[in-house]
Design a protein around this ligand. Structure first.
Ligand SMILES: *Cc1c(COP(=O)(O)O)cnc(C)c1O
Length: 703
């Protein structure tokens, strides 16, 4: 019995469980109620269940399941038969280190804010699955990113509940004597200390630096409080700890990566620490730079010039001069590595420029974003045309198993061994999809949508209760007849992501009359689910949320257009699996890739998107819909008007009629044809297994 309990505890301490359907179910079965209350956190769950209680629950059936999951987990950890062993054997030994300011691995570990973090999380999971020797490096944020609630006025408020290491599967990094391992850093004139944790993510490890220790003055302890929290000074401090601290930590642990992959410019200060090591070996600065460049790989994510991290010369001098002096790097030499204008070292220091200058490869995250990046950075290269700028692209993907656990995973396993066979290639997918009847596929859609609606009612009653809006919203006289009107029979559109203004969340409300008609059509109605957080400093984004919440309260939209608060990985999983159509309407070309639409494919969802980010590559005319064909107008008002008109036209004339076009058995045959096309063309391509293989073969391996 005792070894069963310890097997369960062991399972809870490796996030592998989060992408394994049966492992997840084990924890949920222990106590479904508690499982919800602890935000699907098995470590916390097991804290709340005594060993006696556990023993009582470990009946025969449960024990058998536990045994089979444990067996699979152990095989997963031990197997030598991996993709990397065949295709990149050197990288099963030598380490790739991946630095990112955020990692979205599971909703219970709140160290991410949005898509960039989710991408990092999906990247490390695939690296583990594929058998690379891979470590991630990030910060441990004790307050994480905020929890969003909306007040009665629909205004976003932020809460920062602490997350405690002992409630997470975090392990403390210790030295050979078992004492906390402490890294020392120079920031400004001070010495700052960081301890470190790690999370097991399958076979990979994610290291997290943490300055929240008594040895530090309080303003340095706060560096690791919040994801992207604070001002510019906080930002530079976070980036020093992540980049410089990260390299120091790996070195102290005896890990010598052959590749340092910087996911966005936040971690680019790691270059300083690598330069320092070269200088300490007696190399000249130019040679040191050349050697560092050989070790670095850089991925940029920001298609807008103003969106890149930049620091003033003063701030750079204040924060880094002492340390640069120590390492023997002249301040101006360093300023030169990050200056867009080499003739003026008094301007801003751009993290992206540092990373571009000192990486052996650089890439954008979709074909279109590659093009945009080459144009945006041409001025820092001595080349005549954007085509010659050495920035390539690898299009983002999503971790298939993480985004398809549960019902969808089980559905596909009726037709094939596992999701990896389904997503191995478009041909493999076609063959498997051909085995599924329309009735079966439609019944999957129906069940997933019903799950989402059940979830929404549970979630919403809680949300309205604390908004003190329950009575105004659902129970007033006028809406009695339409109470709980969400229905699995109705075409359901989802829109959820960070509320950065370029993503234009309220675009579909541009013509209220037209939307009213579509939503309330007597035989072909539509319902829409929204969610998303605005950055705490982004009042424009908060106004967008408020506008949408106000619209959801209009009589004609009440109960038919819904805003769910506190978008996170858990809410995302519900939404992307349940909705029929995933809407994405950013201002082109500001969405570097976007990944949320990729998550819908194997659940049978269809994308309806501006041809931005990954969508122009994936869209083939049959696997979803495009909003316009990429027309770019000079000003935002015209652009919004243009894109909104296209959006309504496609929705009214194509999407809605196709959804409601039924055969004698009430099956939307033409719709399902599109669903089949999306499964076969999107699932096998826009996943992180394909993406990490591309990174490995094109960038991690040196010829
Ligand atoms: C996938 C995901 C995103 C990314 O959204 P995009 O707008 O498609 O880039 C953001 N937040 C969460 C919680 C996600 O799961």
């Amino acid at each position: 019995m005792r070894h069963k309990i310890s097997a369960l505890k062991k399972l809870s301490r490796n996030l592998w469980w989060s992408w394994d359907t049966e492992a997840k179910e084990l924890f949920k079965e222990l106590s479904p109620l508690l499982w919800e209350r602890v935000n699907h956190n098995p470590v916390e769950l097991l804290h709340h269940i005594s060993n006696d209680e556990l023993q009582a629950r470990l009946d025969c059936e449960f024990s058998e399941k536990l045994e089979s999951v444990t067996k699979r987990f152990e095989e997963y950890l031990a197997t030598q038969d991996t993709w990397a062993a065949k295709h990149a054997p050197s990288l099963t030994e030598k380490t790739v280190a991946y630095f990112s300011a955020e990692f979205g691995i599971h909703e219970s570990v709140r160290i991410y804010s949005g898509g960039l973090g989710v991408l990092s999380g999906d990247h490390i999971k695939s690296a583990s699955d594929l058998g690379l020797n891979f470590v991630g490096v990030t910060l441990f944020y004790k307050e994480g990113y905020f929890l969003q609630s909306l007040n009665r006025e629909g205004w976003q408020t932020e809460e920062y509940p602490l997350q405690y290491p002992e409630s997470l599967p975090l392990e403390k990094v210790t030295d050979s004597e078992g004492k906390d391992l402490i890294i020392s850093l120079d920031i400004a004139q001070s010495e700052v200390f960081a301890q470190a944790w790690f999370l097991n993510v399958g076979r990979a490890r994610l290291y997290l630096l943490d300055t929240n220790i008594p040895a530090n003055e309080s303003h340095y302890r706060d560096i690791c409080s919040r994801v992207y929290g604070g001002d510019q000074n906080m930002r530079i401090n976070q980036e020093i700890v992540l980049g410089i601290g990260g390299v120091k930590l790996l070195r102290t642990l005896g890990i010598n990566p052959v590749v340092y992959h910087m996911n966005e410019g936040h971690s680019a200060f790691l270059i300083i620490e690598l330069l320092a090591a070269e200088l300490a070996k007696g190399k000249e600065f130019e040679e040191a730079k050349a050697n560092v460049k050989e070790q670095c790989v850089f991925t940029t994510h920001t298609p807008v010039a103003a969106g890149h991290d930049r620091f003033s010369r003063d701030m750079m001098h204040y924060s880094l001069d002492k340390y640069l002096n120590k390492t023997g790097i002249a301040f101006d030499d360093f300023m030169r590595t990050g200056s867009e204008d080499q003739s003026n070292l008094h301007g801003l220091f751009t993290m992206t420029v540092l990373a571009l200058n000192l990486s052996r490869t650089a890439n954008g995250v979709s074909k279109l974003h590659g093009e945009v990046s080459r144009e945006m950075w041409q001025h820092i290269y001595a080349v005549d045309s954007p085509g010659d700028v050495p920035i390539g692209h690898i299009t983002n993907g999503v971790h298939t198993a993480s985004w398809n656990s549960g019902r969808t995973d089980k559905f596909w396993r009726q037709y094939t061994d596992n999701l990896e066979t389904l997503t191995a290639s478009p041909d493999a997918a076609s063959e498997i999809v051909a085995k599924v009847t329309d009735e079966e596929l439609w019944s999957l859609r129906y069940r997933l949508k019903r799950n989402l609606i059940d979830f929404i009612y549970r979630y919403l009653s809680n949300q309205l209760f604390h908004q003190h809006a329950y009575t105004v919203y659902l129970e007033d006289e006028s809406s009695k007849s339409s109470k709980n009107p969400l229905s699995p029979d109705v075409l359901t559109i989802g829109f959820a992501r960070r509320f950065a203004t370029y993503k234009r969340a309220p675009l579909i409300f541009s013509d209220i009359e037209r939307l009213t008609r579509l939503v309330n059509h007597p035989t072909m109605p539509v319902q829409i689910i929204f969610a998303g957080k605005a950055h705490p400093h982004d009042d424009a984004g908060k106004h967008y949320i408020q506008q949408i919440v106000e619209h959801t309260r209009l009589p004609q939209f009440k109960g038919k257009i819904i805003f769910l608060e506190n978008y996170n990985l858990g809410v995302a999983k519900r939404m992307i699996s349940g909705v029929d159509v995933w809407l994405n309407n950013p201002i082109r070309p500001m969405e570097a890739s976007g990944t949320s639409g990729q998550k819908t494919a194997l659940h049978g969802g269809l994308n309806f998107s501006i041809p931005d980010g990954w969508w122009p590559e994936a869209y083939n005319g049959e696997n979803g819909w495009s909003i316009g064909s990429g027309e770019q107008l000079d000003n935002h008002q015209d652009q919004d008007r243009h894109d909104a008109a296209k959006l309504y036209d496609v929705l009214e004339n194509q999407i809605i009629p196709t959804f409601y076009d039924r055969n004698v058995n009430n099956i939307p045959v033409k719709w399902l044809k599109k669903v089949r096309n999306a499964i076969t063309t999107i699932g096998p391509v826009y996943n992180t297994h394909r993406m990490v293989k591309d990174y490995t073969l094109q960038y991690y391996l040196k010829d």
